[in-house]
Every structure is written in C-alpha cells, then in structure tokens.
Write a protein that binds this ligand. Sequence first.
Ligand code: 13P
Ligand code: SF4
Length: 346
Amino acid sequence: EETERTDRIKAALAELGDDVVILGHNYQRREIVEHADFVGDSYGLSKRAAEADAEYVIFGGVTFMAESADIITDDDQSVILPSMEASCPMAGMAEALQVDSAWAEITDAAPDADIIPITYMNSYADLKAFCASQGGLVCTSSNAHKAFGYAFEKGDKVLFLPDKHLGENTAHRLGMADEIAQWDPWDPEGKDTAEVAESDIILWDGYCQVHERFRVEHIEAIREDNPDAKVIVHPECRREVVEAADKAGSTATIRETIENAAPGETWAIGTEVHLTNHLQRWHPEVNVVPLCGDACMDCNAMRQIDPNYLTWVLEELVEGREHNVIEVAPEEKDLAEVALDRMLEI
Ligand code: 13P
Ligand code: SF4
C-alpha cells in the first residue's frame, strides 16, 4: 500500500515539476519527509519559504508554520497544508484578543516602562501582527536570545509569549533568571502586577504539552543505565530538564549534534519522537535513543499530515484543483510580515 502511494506521489510531483516545492518540519512522519525538498526547523523553513519561487508551497507542518510561509511568500504563490486539522495547541494558548486585554493590564502595571512583546513563531498571524504594532518581533527557538537582545535595545521590559519554558530558558541563557515575572491569564492569582512592575521579563503561561512531559527522572534513568550517555533536549522543555541535560537547542541543533557525534556515542533525545526516529535511521553509527523510553512523545498536530492527504492535495493540483490553501487575512498580513522580517534580519 505504501509503495503504491509513494508511486502516486512521485507521479504527481513529476507532472507538477517546478510548480511545486515541498517543505517539511523535522517532526513530520518518514512518509512525508522522504518527499520533501527541504526538511528543517521552524527558522530554516521560514527562510526556505522566503526563497521559494514555486507556484505552490506544500507545507508538511502545522498551521502557524504554513501561515508564516504564506506571509513570507509572494502574493502569486499559494501555500497548501495537506490537513487543516494540524494546529499546534501551544499557538492556541495566546489568542490575540486575550493578549490585547492582558496588554492593557500589563502596561498599566508598569506605566513608565517601554515593554516590547516577542512572540514565539508558534503563534497565529494576528498575534505576530500585534507584536509588530508594539515594536516587537517574532523568534524561533534558534534565535530567541537574539530577539531578546533586539527588544532590550529598544525598550526596557519584554513580554514573551506563548511559551513560558522557552522564555525562562532564554532568560537563564542571558543571565537574567532573577528578572522573571509570570503572567497566567487564566488565573487571577497568576497576574502579579507588583512583580510585573519590578521584573524585566514577563512570561505568558503557555507551554507545549509534548515537551512538558520530559522530566529530570528520565535523564537520571538514562545516565544510570549508561553513564557515558549524553542528553540533548529542546528548549520547550522545563527549566530543570534543560539544566540537567548536556545540551539544548532547536530541532536543527539537535540534528547537527547527532551529525557531528562520534561513532559509538550514545545520545538521548528530548524532543518529539519522529525526529528521534529519523536520527536513528539517518545515523546508524550513533546510538540514538528517545529520552523517555517507550513513552509516546508524539505531537498530535504534526501527525495530522497524513501521507494520504499529501497524495490527495498533489493529485488534485495535477487536475487543476487547489485545496487547503492557507491565506492570512490581508489586514494582518503586512504587520505580521514586519514581525517576521525583524526576526529574519537579527
Ligand atoms: P523548532 O523551531 O526547533 O523546529 O521547533 C518547532 C516546534 O514546534 C517545537 O515543538
Ligand atoms: Fe506545538 Fe509542541 Fe507540537 Fe511543536 S511539538 S507543534 S510546540 S504541540
């Protein structure tokens, strides 16, 4: 069945030629990744989308990534997401409307401060537009520290959304761990305005439900089993997990680390399991293991991109029919592009 589907995808791609480019995130299934022209992290994918000149950009990833690709590509290019159900739950944890009202409370709490909002790429276009409108920008896990640098040059406080763990890990990386205030929009007790007034970094209370499940005990168990094992985790993991690991970085950094590992080394990977599986396949000379054994650390949003849907959107394009085109509303597009361009420039 898989061979037949692979043949159909290849035949559709041959028919479509240069009209189509397939971009895939590192967390996509093998059956998607093997058809992609480029496989990478969120930052790499946004750069590739900006450079793409194909009429159709087929995006193996989640909605916020496809939205960003639509913003960055030209108006005569279409971005297609094979499943409209592929939505990252973390991106839904900071809705622009909700952030808008929190912004009024936060700026009231520190009336003399110049607060710059930074949103993680894992957010929708309207929030990116909001950040640009307040002098802020977008970042990914590979450049959050640079985005903080940009913001502190322009203002004196940062509101970071939606991922509190990436925010906290970045604050530590910059030696600003004592400067953190938490902002939990769902809990009246979690909005400490006195803390906001005193702190340089305000963290919105969002998180990734896949990465939050990694624990220090997983690292301890790996090391007990194999004292020479090294551990690399994604910075969406909890602070204590990042601290206990040997290294933390974006999915591109995780890939590079395994590419540069010496044969025979053992590396435990604390991120979405499909990337761990790819690394096992791509680097059989390295002993790559998932950080938490058999526990199922897969991202349901990423998994929505089923190879049958990829076949469907491609075969429909051959017939001249476009489906699942991601189009950011024109009133958000220009400002969201400013926020993304600021990131691409830093
Ligand atoms: P990267 O930018 O590191 O690829 O991460 C994206 C993501 O969604 C991690 O959960
Ligand atoms: Fe979102 Fe987490 Fe999935 Fe990444 S792994 S797309 S942050 S839910």
